[in-house]
Design a protein around this ligand. Structure first.
Ligand code: HEM
Length: 176
C-alpha cells in the first residue's frame, strides 16, 4: 500500500484553525492578566474558547491515532526526527492540559465555570485553596512553555519550507 503524502483534510483543517485559536488564547490570557480594562470581556471569551480547544484537541488526537501521518524525509537527521516527534506529542499534551488545568483551577478555587450566560460547567475538582495555589501558577508556566514550543514548531516549519525545501511544510499545507 502506498504511503500518504499529506495529512488528511480533517487533520489540516484542525491544525490551521486550532493554530489561530491557540495563539489567540495565549494573547487573550496575557491581556486579561495584564490589564483590568477589558478583563471581564476577555475572560468571558477565554473560558468557552479554551473549552472548544479541549474538544477539538480530543477529535484531533483520535484522528491522529487512526490515521498515520505522512513519513518525514528519509534523509532527515535522526536528531531532527526525534525533535519533531517529541515536540508534536508535547503540543498534543499541552493542547489537552491547558484547558483542563484552567477548568480544574476554577473548580479548586470554587469559582463558577461559566461557558455562556446561564450555562455553567460542573466543577472537576473539589474546593481546595491549596490545589488552586498550585494550578493557577501552573496554568501560567505551561502557557509560556506552549508559546515556546509553538515558536520552535514555526521555526522548524519555515526551515523545511525555505531551507530544506523537502515537502514537509506542504504535507500540512496541501492535500491530494
Ligand atoms: C488552550 C487553552 C488555554 C490557553 C492557551 C490559556 C492561556 C492562558 C494564559 C496565557 C493566561 C495568563 C497566565 C498568566 O500570565 O498567569 C491564562 C489565565 C487564565 N486562564 Fe487560561 N488558557 C487556556 C484555557 C483556559 C480554560 C479552558 C479556562 C477556564 C475554563 C481558563 C481560565 C483561565 C483563568 C481563570 C485565568 C486567570 C485569570 C486571572 O487569574 O487573572 N483558561 N490562560
Amino acid at each position: 500500500m502506498s504511503q500518504r503524502r499529506h495529512f488528511n483534510l480533517l487533520a489540516r483543517a484542525l491544525h490551521w484553525s486550532m493554530a489561530v485559536a491557540i495563539l489567540a488564547m495565549l494573547f487573550i490570557g496575557a491581556g486579561m492578566v495584564a490589564s483590568l480594562r477589558y478583563r471581564e470581556q476577555l475572560i468571558d471569551l477565554h473560558r468557552p474558547l479554551g473549552l472548544a480547544i479541549l474538544l477539538l484537541a480530543i477529535v484531533r488526537l483520535a484522528n491522529r491515532l487512526r490515521h498515520a501521518p505522512p513519513p518525514l524525509p528519509a534523509d532527515l537527521p535522526r536528531l531532527q526526527k526525534l525533535a519533531a516527534t517529541l515536540s508534536h506529542w508535547l503540543l498534543y499534551a499541552l493542547m489537552l492540559a491547558m484547558p483542563l488545568i484552567g477548568w480544574a483551577m476554577l473548580s479548586a478555587g470554587a469559582y463558577p465555570v461559566v461557558l455562556f450566560d446561564g450555562v455553567n460547567l460542573p466543577p472537576i475538582l473539589p474546593h481546595s485553596p491549596a490545589l488552586y495555589g498550585v494550578l493557577r501558577p501552573l496554568h501560567g508556566v505551561l502557557a509560556y512553555l506552549l508559546f515556546l514550543v509553538i515558536l520552535g514548531h514555526l521555526g522548524a516549519a519555515l526551515f523545511h519550507a525555505w531551507v530544506r525545501r523537502d515537502g514537509v511544510f506542504e504535507q500540512m499545507a496541501k492535500g491530494e
